[in-house]
Design a protein around this ligand. Structure first.
Ligand code: UD1
Length: 460
């Protein structure tokens, strides 16, 4: 087991090259199964989730070669349709193999997908859409067994713009005979990337980037080489790092066009943001101003950066309110932040954060939280008088704490948020549960150490 150790309060200066997007690459890997041939994806992040997906594809009979950041998948020998239990349990994205496997093999077997524990995460939308396309799907306990005499295009309306369900339907529709019209589709940038990838393989898809996708299926596909975009969530994490710790960073390769809401919140919090051809230049002096945000499906503020922004709010000069609307249980790291002296109250789906700077584990006392009257007004609508008293009582208690801080990552982005908070904490912080972070960050320690952070990974 590894832990990450951080000695905070160093400002971050320099360049970080943003890795390729996990949430773009995983569906591309799944989509490669639709074609019998060779697919090459470049700018692939070397992360645990990619390893896990490669493991599944190899188990199914494909060959995968990852050299540097270029992944070549040969799908000609695809021979199995059963996703191995262990991998399915590790990674939510295994559910995305259902559509392509049904399309190519006419059957798919999987256990219920795993992934981050951030809420209930049902798969009803995936299953009902695939059923509408002609799949017979049985769910017995944890086991999902699906088969079809051949998928057929149809009209589908999603009741919520689920990213994964949109991707699954899109891939199944490419293999299906006839035309599929998918309404209520998610419009996350990664879906547009998947549409582009499939079109470059020969698929006929209209409406990419909109919430209505029209797919004329059953068209033969061909080999492709395709570059994955930069990871907007990793870029947002390092933006959060500079907001919390201060400094001046070029986030090279950050996809600014897909980070509008995130960059707008950063600017409101006092971060100087400059969009350059080579990426996004961010500069932070002093403490962030408090802010209010609510997550939502794209183009809303990404839920994947909610926990990072709670960490930023924990050092803001006042009280922030952050509302989570996508995943009901995504607050594990907010609770952990209290161990670093974060003054945090969770009420239903809203997190109220009274900034304290610097954060500190037990031996290092945080300075008294100073919420200004003006900042408070902004969140008063959401924070009732009772909540406020609770935050203030906690702030006073925090001021008297002492000792070395150890916090536990319980999910991927929440783990990254703890790292961000630790960069702004006095003394040393130990982050355990690093396996969650390695699922999505290629080298968070290396990236941050290269720009001045005192951070390293240690095997225990
Ligand atoms: C994807 C991303 C994840 C991100 C999320 C929301 C990948 C690999 N993962 O996850 O990082 O946090 O989008 O932007 O791309 N839901 C249902 N029924 C379903 C499917 C989803 O009720 O069948 C609900 C979920 O419980 C959740 C909401 O819809 O409340 C959003 O989930 P969804 O968009 O499907 O997220 P994922 O595709 O799992």
């Amino acid at each position: 087991m590894s832990v990450i150790r951080i000695r905070g309060l160093h400002s971050l200066e320099g360049n970080i090259r943003i890795q390729g997007s996990k949430n773009a690459v995983l569906p591309l890997m799944a989509a490669s199964l639709l074609h019998s041939g060779t697919v090459t994806i470049t700018n692939v992040p070397r992360i645990q989730d990619v390893n896990c997906m490669m493991g599944i594809l190899e188990y199914l009979g494909c060959s995968c070669v990852l050299e540097d950041h270029s992944l070549t998948i040969d799908t000609r020998a695809l021979s199995a349709a059963r996703i191995p239990d262990q991998e399915a349990g590790q990674m939510r994205s295994s559910i995305m193999l259902l559509g392509p496997l049904l399309g190519r093999m006419r059957q798919a077997v999987s256990r219920h997908p795993g992934g981050c524990s951030i809420g209930k995460r049902p798969i009803d939308l995936h299953l009902s859409a695939l059923r509408a396309m002609g799949a017979d799907i049985r769910v017995e306990g944890e086991q999902i067994t699906a088969s079809t005499p051949g998928l057929a295009g149809t009209g589908i309306r999603l009741s919520f713009p689920s990213v994964g369900a949109t991707e699954n339907v899109l891939m199944a529709a490419v293999a299906a005979e006839g035309t599929t019209v998918l309404e209520g589709a998610a419009v996350e940038p990664e879906i547009e990337v998947l549409c582009r990838f499939l079109r470059e393989m020969g698929a006929q898809i209209e409406g990419a980037g909109t919430d209505t996708l029209v797919v004329h299926g059953g068209v033969p596909l061909h080999d492709v080489t395709f570059a994955a975009p930069g990871d907007r969530i990793v870029a947002g994490t390092y933006l959060g790092a500079v907001m919390a710790a201060g400094g001046d960073l070029l986030l090279a390769g950050a996809p600014a066009g897909h980070m509008e809401q995130v960059l707008a919140v950063a600017a409101r919090a006092g971060c100087q943001v400059e969009i350059l051809p080579e990426g996004v230049h961010v500069r932070m002096e002093g403490r962030p101003k408090p802010f209010v945000l609510s997550t939502g499906p794209y183009p809303g503020f990404p839920t994947d950066l909610q926990s990072v922004m709670v960490a930023v709010a924990a050092v803001a000069d006042g009280t922030s309110a952050i509302r989570e609307t996508v995943f009901e249980g995504r607050f594990a790291s907010a609770k952990e932040l209290q161990k670093l002296g974060g003054h945090i109250i969770i009420k239903d789906r809203t997190v109220l954060v009274e900034g304290a700077c610097p954060l500190a584990g037990k031996e290092e006392a945080p300075r008294e939280a100073q919420a200004k009257a003006g900042d408070r007004q902004e969140v008063e609508v959401q924070a009732k008088a009772g909540d406020r008293q609770e935050v203030e009582a906690q702030a006073k208690a925090g001021d008297q704490q002492g000792g070395v801080a150890q916090v536990e990552a319980r999910d991927l982005r929440g783990g990254a948020a703890l790292v961000v908070a630790a960069l702004a904490a006095k003394g040393e912080t130990v982050v355990t549960g690093c396996e969650h972070i390695s699922r999505g960050y290629e080298d968070i320690c290396g990236d941050l150490a290269a720009v001045g952070a005192e951070i390293w990974m240690e095997r225990e």
